[in-house]
Design a protein around this ligand. Sequence first.
Ligand code: FAD
Length: 107
Amino acid sequence: MKIDTVDVLIAGGGPVGLALAIELGHRGISCLVAERNDRVGYSPRAKTTNVRTREHLRRWGIAEALRKASPIPPDYPPDIVFATRMDGNLLARFENAFNGQRVRNEL
Ligand SMILES: Cc1cc2nc3c(=O)[nH]c(=O)nc-3n(C[C@H](O)[C@H](O)[C@H](O)COP(=O)(O)OP(=O)(O)OC[C@H]3O[C@@H](n4cnc5c(N)ncnc54)[C@H](O)[C@@H]3O)c2cc1C
């Protein structure tokens, strides 16, 4: 694809650039994503996605494929614990910290 034949040039292949490319593609608008790095970041990112993001992923038809590829299963304990050390005193525990449990949330 040549740059002077596309409707939209997107600078950056992060979540915003890639989401924009998918949206434009679904609407038949040609685009080209230009990313300066050979990969985005060197630490895991977007390991947690919120409800609104999941809505987009479902609409794009990739939600289940991403769920299967996730290294963290949905039933992974979602509590966050603060302690003085690994076997020390418990300071605080936030249960279901990411609202990931498959139970009804009254909020
Ligand atoms: C360690 C870490 C963990 C995270 N975990 C989560 C998480 O679990 N869930 C979540 O929702 N969010 C998470 N985030 C936040 C999430 O990664 C960011 O909110 C998101 O990446 C922002 O997307 P973006 O497309 O705006 O920007 P970026 O992801 O920063 O993408 C911008 C891209 O543009 C490229 N670029 C910039 N300038 C140019 C140029 N001139 N030409 C070409 N390319 C260019 C950059 O190289 C980059 O790839 C995490 C962030 C970090 C750092």
